[in-house]
Write a protein that binds this ligand. Structure first.
Ligand SMILES: [Zn+2]
Length: 558
C-alpha cells in the first residue's frame, strides 16, 4: 500500500528530459513508482494535468540564524524550495564562542541586512561548535532539507577573536582553522565558503574577517577538502579576485568551486561573460568551476539610515563608523559630494556606478514631496537643474533620512541575463534568501525562472529550467538521492501550473522576532509542495501546523 499516489501529472524528472504523463507513487518518504502506478494508496490526488517536478534546491541562502526560530524558513518552502544550502559567503553562526555572539550578530545585521533586535531576541544559542549546531537543528527539526557550509569568517573569529577582522593569521592560527574546518566537514558540513568582496562589511564598516585572509590561508584551507575527499567550495569574489586564483584553489582542493556573484552590470557589460569564458577555460584544463548567476534583477529598497547601495565605494567607508549627526554633516558637505562623484565616475565592477535613472524615490515622509514618488533621480534632477547626487542627499536630509529609494542596479538587461542563465558553466543561484530582508526578496527565484524566463520570454524550455533548479545544484553539491524524480529518490516535489507559475508582488510583513520586518513575495501557480513525502504547502499556501519533515544533510557524494 502506497502512502500517496499522485495521478494524471505531467512529470518532469529534473534531468532536462521531456515530461511524461502519468502517476507517481510514494511510500515512506520515497518515490516507489513512476508513470504507471496502480497500487492502492492511503491518499489519492488528481493532478489534473498540472506539472510535477523535483523540489527546488536553493544553493545560496542565509537562513543560518532564522532557522533557529523558524524551521520552515519563511518564505522559501512556500515558494517550492525543498532543500536549502545555508552559510554562503562564509557567514555562519557556528562555530561561535559565547563571547563572540554579540559581534557575530552585529556583523550579520550589517552585512546581510537582518534586524539587530530580531537576531538578539530570535537566535537560539544552544551550541558552540559546528557539530553542536548541526545536532541542534536535528533535535529542533527542520522544514526543508538543509545543507550547511562551514563559513570562513566564523572559523576565523573562533581562532583569532577580535583580531579576525584586523590582520592576517599566523601559521599556528591557520593550522587551528584547518582543524576546525576538518571537524566541521566530519560533522556534516557540505563544504567551505568565503568572501573577498568589498561589499561585505560588518558593523561600523569593518571588513568581514575572511577578507583579511592572505592567499596562503586560502590555499591551506582548500587543502582540507583534498584531505577529506568531498565537499564544495564557494567564494563571493571581489572585483579584484581573478578566476585564475580560484582555479588554483580549486586544483589544490580537487573539488567543485562555486564562484559568486556574477551579476550583469551595464557599466561593465562584458565582465561577467569574460568571467564565464575564463571559467570554461579552467574547466577545459580539468577544473570544476561554476559561475553563480541570478535570474532576478538586483533591486534594493533603501533609506539613508541603511544605504547598503553605496557601501562598496571607498569614499563611503568612514561614513559607516559615524553616528547620525556626523553622517548628516558629511553628506551635506560639498567636498565629500565631489569626492563621491569622482569615484562614481570611474567605471568598475560594483553594485552602483551612478546610474541615477535607475534610482527612484519610492516613499517620501513629507506630504509636500508626494509628487516625487515613483520618479527617478536623473529626471527629477534634470528638471530641477541640479545634480542627482545632490538632489538625493538634500531630499534625504530634509526628511530626516527617512526617504525610501529603490535602485535597480544590476541584472536588469534581460538579453544579457538570458545569455548568462543559459551558459553551460553557470549555476542558477543567488536568491540570498534569509538575507537583505529590508532591501529585496528573491526567495522565489525558482518560480521566477519557470514563469518569467521559461514561459513568458522563452529563453529556455521548461524541462531545462527545471533541471537548472534541481539536478544541476544537487550534482554540484553531491546531494544524495534528491534533485530528480527517480525510483528510490526522496519525494521532494513541487506541483504547479505552468500557465500561472511565478512570484507575486513584493510586500512588507512584520513577523520576525521583536516585530522586525522583512520583504516577501507570495507564490503564484503553486498547487503542492512535499518534503520527504510530507505535504507542507497546497494551492492556498503553507499548511498550518505541518510537521517538520526535512532532513539535516550530513553526507555528500565524493
Ligand atoms: Zn550571500
Amino acid at each position: 500500500m502506497l502512502d500517496l499516489r499522485i495521478d494524471n501529472a505531467e512529470i518532469y524528472d529534473g534531468t532536462g528530459a521531456r515530461p511524461i504523463n502519468g502517476s507517481l507513487g510514494i511510500k515512506s518518504g520515497r518515490i516507489v513508482a513512476i508513470g504507471e502506478a496502480k497500487n492502492d494508496a492511503k491518499e489519492l490526488l488528481d493532478a489534473n494535468g498540472l506539472a510535477l517536478m523535483p523540489g527546488i534546491i536553493d544553493n545560496h541562502t542565509h537562513y543560518d540564524a532564522q532557522i533557529t526560530w523558524d524551521p520552515f524558513v519563511n518564505p522559501s518552502t512556500s515558494l517550492g524550495v525543498t532543500t536549502i544550502v545555508m552559510g554562503n559567503c562564509g557567514f555562519t553562526i557556528a562555530p561561535c564562542r559565547p563571547a563572540d555572539r554579540d559581534l557575530t550578530i552585529r556583523n550579520l545585521t550589517h552585512v546581510e541586512g537582518m534586524p539587530l533586535k530580531s537576531l538578539q531576541e530570535g537566535i537560539n544559542w544552544g551550541f558552540e561548535s559546528f557539530a553542536e549546531y548541526m545536532d541542534m537543528l536535528v533535535k529542533k527539526g527542520v522544514g526543508p532539507n538543509v545543507a550547511v557550509f562551514c563559513g570562513h569568517s566564523s572559523i576565523r573569529t573562533y581562532v583569532l577573536g577580535d583580531d579576525a577582522h584586523k590582520r592576517t593569521a599566523t601559521q599556528r592560527e591557520v593550522r587551528q582553522m584547518k582543524e576546525i574546518l576538518r571537524e566541521a566537514l566530519r560533522a556534516g558540513a557540505c563544504g567551505f565558503s568565503t568572501t573577498r568582496s568589498g561589499q561585505h562589511n560588518g558593523e561600523a564598516g569593518i571588513p568581514m574577517p575572511s577578507r583579511l585572509a592572505d592567499f596562503d590561508e586560502l590555499q591551506e584551507l582548500s587543502r582540507v577538502l583534498k584531505d577529506v575527499g568531498y565537499g564544495t567550495l564557494m567564494m563571493t569574489k571581489g572585483g579584484d579576485t581573478s578566476i585564475q586564483e580560484i582555479e588554483h584553489l580549486a586544483s589544490i582542493s580537487g573539488r567543485p568551486y562555486l564562484i559568486a556573484a556574477l551579476l550583469h552590470s551595464p557599466m561593465t557589460p562584458e565582465k561577467t561573460f569574460n568571467d564565464l569564458e575564463e571559467i570554461a577555460g579552467a574547466n577545459e584544463r580539468g577544473s570544476n568551476l561554476y559561475g553563480a548567476v541570478s535570474p532576478c534583477p538586483l533591486t534594493m529598497e533603501f533609506t539613508m539610515h541603511e544605504p547598503y547601495l553605496f557601501e562598496g565605494l571607498k569614499v563611503w567607508n568612514p561614513l559607516m563608523k559615524m553616528n547620525e549627526s556626523e553622517f548628516k554633516k558629511t553628506i551635506r558637505d560639498k567636498k565629500f559630494r565631489e569626492k563621491m562623484r569622482s569615484e562614481l565616475s570611474i567605471r568598475a565592477y560594483r553594485i552602483f556606478n551612478g546610474e541615477w535613472n535607475k534610482v527612484k524615490v519610492t516613499q517620501v515622509s513629507n506630504k509636500d514631496n508626494l509628487t516625487l514618488e515613483g520618479r527617478d533621480l536623473a529626471s527629477i534632477a534634470k528638471k530641477e537643474g541640479c545634480d542627482p547626487l545632490d538632489y538625493m542627499f538634500d531630499l534625504a536630509l530634509a526628511e530626516n533620512l527617512d526617504t525610501m529609494f529603490t535602485a535597480t542596479v544590476m541584472n536588469s538587461d534581460e538579453k544579457a541575463v538570458g545569455r548568462m542563465i543559459n551558459h553551460e558553466n553557470a549555476l542558477v543561484s543567488l536568491s540570498d534568501a534569509g538575507a537583505h530582508l529590508t532591501f529585496f526578496c528573491d526567495a522565489g527565484y525558482g518560480l521566477h525562472l519557470l514563469g518569467h524566463w521559461s514561459r513568458d520570454l522563452g529563453v529556455l524550455s521548461l524541462s531545462h529550467a527545471i533541471k537548472k533548479l534541481t539536478s544541476d545544484p544537487s550534482k554540484v553539491f553531491g546531494i544524495q538521492k534528491r534533485g530528480e524524480i527517480k525510483l528510490d529518490y526522496w519525494a521532494d516535489l513541487l506541483l504547479f501550473d505552468p500557465e500561472t507559475v511565478g512570484r507575486g508582488e513584493l510586500s512588507r510583513v512584520h513577523d520576525l522576532p521583536a516585530d522586525g520586518s522583512r520583504l516577501t513575495t507570495p507564490a503564484r501557480g503553486v498547487h503542492g509542495v512535499w518534503i520527504n513525502g510530507t505535504m507542507i504547502a497546497d494551492h492556498k499556501g503553507m499548511i498550518p501546523h505541518a510537521p517538520t519533515a526535512g532532513s539535516v544533510l550530513r553526507s555528500f557524494d565524493p
